[in-house]
Write a protein that binds this ligand. Structure first.
Ligand code: IYR
Length: 227
């Protein structure tokens, strides 16, 4: 049995934390940054299969995220069914058609132009898996509704970890945000306490794959030090 103590009557278990010497820490942090910086959003996919076990591991990695009062207010729906993927594609494209033709400002359309996005979303059928992240706004407990805490923050962090886990598995994804997204609640028959948050295709990139030639902001643009 693991070593434990009680704090205010609540069990706390001993935690094994790994620390490093300064040089190792510098090296690890640099290597981790380089590895994360090699991730790119990919819009064109191969239909090559991805094992369900990999998807399960990826979702369990995301679910290690910190969350408000440890409520873990998320549900990850993993879809490989061709029938459901094509329903999602049809509904997403219908919304995106409206978005690109009517809802977007000229400025928004212009900002997206270098990224080459449009209302056509073939990846929703071609990628072997779609993961739809739902946020759980409240829970039902003894017939009562109890709101979860910091739901957007918690699910945003979990989604970031999901994207990193996909990258770690050697797969690619894209944060697709069809708007409005409520069609996903219907297609996936989710309960009323769940709201769609993000849709991520997961798979191998089409080969060869080309991505927009973008730069990421430098340290001086993203940070301020107070020493
Ligand atoms: N949701 C649309 C439009 C879109 C919006 C932004 I901001 C992007 O960075 C990319 C796309 C779509 O998924 O095409």
């Amino acid at each position: 049995m693991s070593e434990h103590i009680f704090i205010n009557g609540h069990k706390h278990v001993s935690h094994q934390h790994e620390s490093y010497d300064v040089d190792t820490m510098k090296n690890r942090s640099k290597e981790f940054y380089k590895w994360l910086n090699s991730r790119r959003s990919v819009r064109e996919y191969s239909d090559k299969e991805v094992s369900k076990e990999v998807i399960e591991n990826i979702m369990m990695s995301a679910s290690t995220a910190p969350s408000g009062a440890h409520k873990q207010p998320w549900t990850f729906c993993a879809i490989s069914s061709a029938e459901i993927k094509s329903k999602i594609r049809a509904a997403a494209e219908a919304e995106e058609k409206e978005t690109y033709s009517k809802r977007m400002s000229d400025r928004w359309r212009k900002d997206l132009e270098p990224l080459g996005t449009d209302d056509n979303k073939p990846f929703l059928e071609i990628a072997p898996w779609l993961i739809v992240v739902f946020k759980r706004v409240y829970e039902h407990e003894n017939g009562e509704k109890h709101n979860n805490y910091y739901v957007n923050e918690s699910v945003g962090i979990a989604s970031g970890m999901l994207i990193s886990a996909i990258h770690n598995a050697g797969l690619v994804t894209l944060t697709h945000t069809p708007s409005p997204m409520n069609f996903l609640t219907k297609v996936l028959e989710r309960p009323s306490n769940e709201r769609p948050f993000l849709l991520l295709p997961v798979g191998y990139p089409k080969e060869p794959i080309y991505v927009p030639n973008i730069d990421r902001k430098g340290l001086d643009e993203i940070s301020v030090f107070y020493e």
